[in-house]
Design a protein around this ligand. Structure first.
Ligand SMILES: [Mn+2]
Length: 447
């Protein structure tokens, strides 16, 4: 493996140290998207603003003198990709006089922080299937080094992106968490929150209005869904508390380099609602957790759409409910938001194959009536959006699992399906050859 070169120069305006007198200078740094996300990643470690800035300085501006101190005391704002940092100098430490400072206009940055990625490997819902995760990472040419998987193949710099739902159901909860968290913290991966991580946060958040209750009530049903996690990571353990705090730092969506990632559904309306509450890079607050668990609140609706996907009411369209596999009666159907052209009830509503009406007869075809409100979820963005959540069956179907601008990567790994990734190369069009599954599908014998 070729030795990596970790230093390079990025042309950013260095604080001009002019006079040799004491003073301060402020500089606006244009951050590459990767650096920006790297920076946000540091912010998500629950650092205070000062600590974060000092980390930032360490990462971005390692050639600054020790005594040129960033003076921001507030967190820099995520206004696009620009960041304003003010440096304070005294006469003896102005950068221009510093011996060995080769360039006033270039600062040395760690290369892995500034190089744009050649591509991203977007990985589906894991649900505690650590063996499949390791198998998939190895197929994608990630190698473990010092406890962290990192892309080590021939294709330049790549990063993994997890679409959420690391936990619940599977038998390897801790291994999965440790593996993914190590990658996210080392910057070899990013991750968005899934509904299972959000549920875990809510399950651990006391209800301020009812003593002894939690925002996600500890009912038999909710206990059951969360059982593998709480069995393997007892709620009184330090790991439990640390894990819940880490979940709060996960973003609800990601957008950079021409791609978008969300657990269940990209919705500009839902994103705008969440932006009122959560600043980029800041952890989810308890206030938001409480709001987002109040049925009917805009925050609840936004979280439902982003993490579980939008639904359409069958009864509101005078259609019968259906009985799902678990004999639960459903009056709402999932919306096929990935179908940009969907307009009618039949096109919009996803009725699972083989379900019946309440009296046991096969569910009839839905009418062709036009819907208006629900088409708001039709994805019409130009950037491809990658998502998980939908428990699809391998192999991917065109129009359903992938379109020109939507890519589902959840193929039910914990229910016997493969764990799936989509290898996105910068600028490439969506195409099913970019799907990679583990275990690998046996190809049919050809004649
Ligand atoms: Mn999910």
């Amino acid at each position: 493996m070729p030795k990596r070169e970790y230093h390079d120069h990025l042309k950013v305006p260095a604080p001009a140290a002019d006079t040799g007198s004491a003073g301060s200078v402020s500089t606006a740094v244009s951050l590459d998207a990767v650096v920006w996300h790297r920076y946000l990643h540091f912010r998500t470690r629950n650092l205070g603003a000062r600590q974060a800035i000092s980390v930032l300085r360490h990462v971005l501006l390692p050639k600054m003198t020790d005594r040129s101190v960033p003076t921001n005391t507030r967190a820099p704002k995520a206004g696009g990709d620009r960041l304003r940092i003010t440096y304070k100098f005294d006469a003896s430490t102005s950068t221009g006089q510093r011996k060995g400072n080769r360039s006033r206009n270039a600062m040395s940055l760690p290369r892995e922080n500034i190089l744009p990625m050649n591509g991203y490997d977007i990985i589906g819902d894991i649900h505690g299937c650590a063996n499949k995760l390791e198998g998939l990472l190895q197929r994608l040419k990630y190698e473990e080094k010092n406890g962290v998987y990192r892309y080590s193949g021939p294709d330049g710099e790549r990063q993994a992106i997890f679409v959420g739902d690391l936990i619940d159901r599977g038998s390897q909860q801790i291994r999965t968490l440790k593996l993914v968290r190590a990658m996210v913290e080392a910057g070899t991966a990013q991750m968005v929150m899934g509904n299972h991580e959000f549920n875990a946060i809510s399950y651990a958040t006391p209800n301020p209005e009812i003593g002894g209750e939690y925002m996600r009530p500890h009912t038999d049903k909710n206990d059951g869904q969360h059982k593998e996690f709480t069995d393997q990571i007892p709620s009184n353990s330090a790991l439990y508390a640390q894990t819940i705090e880490w979940f709060k730092t996960l973003p609800l969506w990601l957008q950079f380099d021409g791609i978008r990632i969300v657990h269940a559904c990209w919705s500009d309306g839902a994103i705008d609602e969440v932006k009122k509450w959560i600043l980029p890079g800041m952890p989810m607050s308890t206030d938001f957790v409480i709001k987002a668990n109040q049925k009917g609140s805009p925050e609840h609706k936004a979280i439902e759409v982003l993490l579980k996907g939008p639904e359409i009411s069958l009864s509101a369209h005078e259609q019968p409910g259906f009985m799902d596999k678990d004999k639960i009666i459903r009056n709402d159907a999932r919306i096929r938001w990935w179908n940009a052209e969907a307009e009618t009830l039949r096109e919009l509503a996803e009725i699972p194959k083989g379900v019946t009406t309440l009296d046991g007869t096969p569910y009839p075809e839905l009418p062709d009536q036009k819907c208006v409100e629900e088409t708001v979820y039709d994805y019409d963005g130009k950037e491809p959006v990658f998502y998980g959540h939908y428990w699809r069956s391998w192999a991917p179907d065109e129009g359903q699992d992938w379109t020109a601008t939507t890519v589902c990567v959840d193929f039910s790994a914990v229910k016997g399906g493969p764990l799936v990734a989509y290898q996105w190369d910068r600028g490439a069009k969506v195409s099913p050859e970019h799907y990679v599954e583990y275990p690998e599908t046996q190809l049919a014998e050809t004649q």
